[in-house]
Design a protein around this ligand. Structure first.
Ligand SMILES: Cc1cc2nc3c(=O)[nH]c(=O)nc-3n(C[C@H](O)[C@H](O)[C@H](O)COP(=O)(O)OP(=O)(O)OC[C@H]3O[C@@H](n4cnc5c(N)ncnc54)[C@H](O)[C@@H]3O)c2cc1C
Length: 432
């Protein structure tokens, strides 16, 4: 009897995005599928964001916007037993992703699922099918593959080169085993990563002090306890970077609802902006956008304010010009001659704008993929997520999700966007 050949799918990267794709494939498959997800981590679904052993790092997006299912807005809320406006711990969210995947694996009638703990090193697209190789050797042949390689590496400011490797300097604050020092801790950067670490260090030991350094001294804005519906963005405001800023600014105290409206449509707005307007947005408004866009949970913002008022936490606006290693600890010098003695330095500047991994570099060198708009991320078709080759043609069977699409979509790193992309890519994967 004729037995149909299974569709062979490969997902490269098992962070939240790769798992969101796998979850959709498992859920919507209606024919035999072999689904392989490759990621060196022991547990998939966590990535940098949700692989934490602490319960006091919380999501910066309300629970009602973090569910995997587009057809069931309460998917995460129901699982967590929370309200839609609650801010749940990131650790718990990681368990939700793993639990949701496990459930679909158990119930799937069509999908043979495997997670391989290794790294994809190359993809050969010269034939109709796609051949992948890992650091352990050839992996086999696939019909389609998704690049879900994630956030890339952390940004390392130039002035940290002199202290790289020094005891007491932590270049990667998300690597396992971080111990906060006693005494004075300096955080470089004052965004959400700073908020996580500063508050955790202060909670753990009441005798600690924390200094946060950034050029602007801006700290993240707060979410409202109850989310207001997003505003519609008028057509005129969508045409220029200044128009978008003006729309949000002129909303006054309702700026969050206005910004949420822009964020919701930003991939399309970004696609339609001219290259010079895109440049203008990144050069002149990106910091301004991020400080409002990456909001802290209301209870975290209150704690932050209380710690700032208590004097145990201080935010210093200024340009770091040098960091000197001392017999014990460091001296941080600013360009205006202020200097600060600290015991430990945490790099809280966050992820590099670009995602450069050995696999991505190799695919670029081979011309299998090409740079995205403004040289950011990779170039892909906006509607079907197929990656574009250096000759301008689209790969028929290689797709991408998440931060690697930064140049194409700008808003592309968080779950409210990733879950939409995962559903749309799955439709492309499952069509004949
Ligand atoms: C600290 C932090 C907190 C965050 N909080 C939130 C939040 O509250 N809400 C929200 O919506 N978003 C949050 N985000 C944004 C976050 O980017 C997304 O939610 C999501 O985790 C991104 O998942 P990802 O799979 O794209 O990337 P990643 O988590 O980076 O996963 C990518 C995976 O791909 C693997 N990989 C890379 N190359 C290869 C290869 N060649 N072969 C095999 N595997 C490979 C890596 O090992 C990694 O496991 C946060 C981000 C961070 C860093």
């Amino acid at each position: 009897m004729f037995k149909p050949q299974p569709l062979r799918l490969l997902v490269i990267g098992g962070g939240a995005a790769g798992v969101a794709v796998a979850w959709n494939v498992l859920r919507f498959a209606e024919r035999p599928i072999e689904l392989v997800i490759v990621d060196p981590s022991e547990a998939i679904g966590l990535g940098v964001a949700y692989a934490t052993s602490r319960d006091d790092y919380v999501l910066n997006v309300p629970a009602g916007r973090m569910g995997l299912a587009l057809d069931d807005p309460n998917h995460f809320v129901d699982w967590a037993g929370s309200g839609a406006d609650d801010f749940i711990s990131r650790r718990k969210y990681g368990r939700y992703l793993q639990d949701s995947l496990d459930k679909e694996i158990r119930h799937s009638r069509f999908v043979d699922f495997r997670h391989l703990r290794t790294e994809v090193t190359s993809i050969d697209l010269s034939q109709l099918e796609l051949k992948a190789t890992t650091s352990d050797g050839p992996l086999g042949t696939f019909d389609k593959a998704v690049l879900a390689v994630g956030l890339g590496s952390l940004y390392q400011p130039e002035f940290t080169k002199t202290i790289d490797g020094a005891a007491g300097y932590v270049p990667d604050v998300w690597a396992p085993g971080l111990d906060y020092a006693s005494g004075v801790i300096a955080c470089i950067g004052t965004g959400l990563t700073f908020v996580d670490h500063a508050l955790a260090a202060l909670r753990d030991d009441p005798s600690r002090e924390v200094l946060g350094f950034s050029r602007t001294g801006w700290v993240p804005e707060s979410h409202l306890p109850k989310r207001e519906p997003a505003w519609e963005v008028p057509p005129a405001a969508r045409k220029t970077a200044a128009g978008l800023v003006e729309f949000i600014d002129s909303a006054g105290s309702a700026w969050r609802a206005a910004q949420d409206g822009v964020r919701h449509d930003l991939p399309e707005i970004w696609r339609d902006l001219s290259e010079s307007e895109k440049n203008e947005f990144l050069q002149s408004h990106w910091r301004w956008w991020n400080v409002r866009r990456h909001r802290a949970a209301p209870e975290i913002s209150i704690e932050l304010r209380n710690q700032l008022e208590s004097g145990r936490l201080e935010v210093i606006a200024g340009e770091i010009s040098d960091i000197k290693t001392k017999t014990s600890g460091f001296q941080i010098e600013l360009s205006d001659s202020r200097a600060f003695d600290v015991d430990q330095i945490l790099n809280c500047t966050g992820q590099d704008l670009d995602v450069v991994t050995p696999l991505v570099s190799r695919l670029l060198d081979e011309g299998v993929v090409s740079r995205g708009p403004l040289g950011l991320g990779l170039s892909a078709d906006f509607d079907n997520y197929r990656l574009r080759r250096s000759d301008g043609t689209l790969n028929s069977n290689l797709f991408a999700i998440g931060k690697i699409l930064l140049g194409e979509r700008l808003e592309t790193t968080a779950m409210p966007e990733i879950r939409i992309q995962a559903a749309e890519i799955t439709r492309q994967l499952l069509v004949e």
